[in-house]
Ligand binder design. Structure first.
Ligand code: MV4
Length: 497
């Protein structure tokens, strides 16, 4: 393996390019017409244009990506996350083109993509899954019978689902038929497959995921990430480790995740998602067969570069991780900085980055993909950067994140920075009293009521900005005895035109 094509954009493309360079590999970027001047294009050794801004004609086009790999003489493809990362067909196309796929084998992607098959395989492997069906529901009578056995509340989920689409909570038998209908038609629309199944609904769980690394010899886990701070299935803050886990629970969840990976012949980096209940039962939900957005918090507490390990494993080398040394050290927190404005209900914002001040100092990491001058469009997801901190313990990590958020300035496009500040200052968050419904209960954190004092501040700032802008447009008259050069005179005339 010598030259890796990165089939992605933004911060993760840049992250992978850096890992390639550290591994002594050349990196080939691809870019859509909207990303011509992006940071990942400049950082790569070579860049290939793959089409117009629309993802379907660029980053989601298997054909164009394989052609780009050929054109650049690449011998491997790293998909990053999102786009084609979990498409078994892409993994196969890469392999058929005689390129190395930096990811898990296609059959492992496929097995985990079908949620009822995954549930069957996990049960066989002794991995706890949420009580419920392991086959799609048949007719209405069969569904009612299955529901009676499982009990209420329950959930109707899409077989081809994941990430929260095609899901319905059902609290009593009377609501089942309607839920089956809507979940099934949603599933058909979203995944092209109307099949649904039912399982017990778990109330107020935490979302805990376990990081896996597997090479030809070994399958290891690198502990957990706490991902409960999310809104509408979009994670906003992740941390490692989790306050909810003891060493014993970490070992048990870790063993379950390793068994899950082994059951599908997993290789490379992957993540098993679990629901952790308030009485410390845990249930396998799904496996993400890719590097995840939040991988840096694991890297910081385990001292492992997951992307470099992905590259080594794909090249057939052994991972540079020894099971004996795998203990979490200190605490890491990640805030996703997105171009979403809490004031407008987290609608994606657009604009040009006019100014950017990136936080720095000990224990602070900025995984960004944008620079001053970049245009933020609606073509791609709204993740601008990830701000990640490490500190010896959770309280210090929160304090460090607070300081980093104070240093951060993004001008020109609205971001969720203020939300992160409110969260870090929140006593309940500081105590770790979180579950997946935390943000549903805390509308005050999402969008604070605007106070009269805050409005006054904004009005004064706006007036000062306008006055400053007018001043700078007005040419100053020189004193009578000043020697004014022709250059200056000419410039003033230009300025007055
Ligand atoms: C659940 C659940 C409660 N009970 N399943 C959401 C995404 C998909 N991976 C599965 N999800 C859930 N499945 C049962 N039986 C609650 C969720 C859920 C959730 C899970 C993880 C992280 C955030 C979540 C937000 C809402 C619902």
């Amino acid at each position: 393996m010598r030259r890796v094509l990165i089939a992605n954009r933004g911060e993760i493309a840049l992250r992978i390019i850096r890992a390639c360079h550290e591994e002594g590999l050349e990196a080939v970027a691809v870019y859509s017409a909207a990303d011509r001047g992006s940071a990942h294009v400049r950082a790569a050794d070579r860049a290939i244009a793959i089409g117009p801004p629309a993802p379907s004609e660029s980053y989601l086009s298997i054909e164009r990506l394989i052609a780009a790999a050929r054109e650049a003489g690449a011998d491997a493809v790293h998909p990053g996350y999102g786009f084609l990362a979990e498409r078994a067909a892409f993994a196969e196309a890469v392999t058929v083109a005689d390129l190395t796929w930096v990811g898990p084998p296609a059959p492992a992607i496929r097995a985990m993509g079908d949620k009822t098959e995954a549930r069957r395989r996990m049960r066989e492997a002794g991995v706890p899954v949420v009580p419920g069906g392991t086959a799609p529901v048949g007719d209405r009578a069969a569904a009612l019978a299955a529901a009676a056995e499982i009990g209420f509340p329950l959930m109707v989920k899409a077989v081809a689902g994941g990430g929260g689409r095609g899901m319905r909570v059902v609290r009593d038998p009377g609501a089942l038929a309607a839920a089956l209908e809507t979940a099934s038609s949603e599933a058909l629309k979203a995944f092209g497959d109307p099949a649904v199944y039912i399982e017990k609904f778990i109330e107020k769980p935490r979302h805990i995921e376990i990081q896996i690394l597997a090479d030809e010899q070994r399958t290891l886990h690198l502990g957990e990430r706490e991902c409960s701070i999310q809104r509408r299935h979009q994670k906003l803050v992740e941390e490692a480790p989790s306050l909810a886990l003891t060493g014993d629970l970490r070992r048990r969840m870790g063993s379950a995740a390793v068994a899950a990976a082994q059951a599908v012949g997993y290789r490379g980096a992957g993540t098993c998602e679990f629901l952790l209940t308030q009485d410390n039962s845990f249930y396998f939900l799904e496996m993400n067969t890719r590097i995840q957005v939040e991988h840096p918090v694991t890297e910081l507490v385990y001292g492992v570069d997951l992307v470099r390990e992905q590259l080594r494993i794909a090249a057939g080398e052994r991972m540079r991780v020894s099971a004996g040394s795998l203990l979490p050290r200190g605490w890491a927190i990640e805030c996703r900085i997105t171009s979403e404005d809490p004031a407008t209900g987290f609608l994606p914002a657009t604009g040009r980055i006019e100014y950017l001040r990136v936080p720095g100092g000990p224990g602070i990491r900025w995984d960004g993909g944008v620079d001053v001058g970049d245009e933020i469009t609606l073509y791609y997801d709204s993740l601008l950067a990830k701000l990640i901190v490490w500190a010896p313990d959770r309280a210090q990590a929160i304090a460090r994140m607070t300081q980093a958020l104070d240093e951060l300035v993004v001008a020109g496009v609205a971001t969720n920075q203020a939300f992160h500040r409110r969260l870090m200052a929140d006593p309940a968050f500081q105590k770790g009293e979180i579950d997946i419904q935390f943000l549903e209960r805390r509308a005050d954190l999402l969008a604070p009521p605007s106070s009269p004092a805050r409005l006054l501040d904004l009005a004064v700032a706006a007036a000062l900005a306008e006055d400053y802008a007018r001043q700078s447009r007005r040419p100053a008259a020189p004193p009578d005895d000043a020697v004014v050069s022709d250059w200056a005179r000419q410039a003033r005339r230009e300025g007055l035109r």
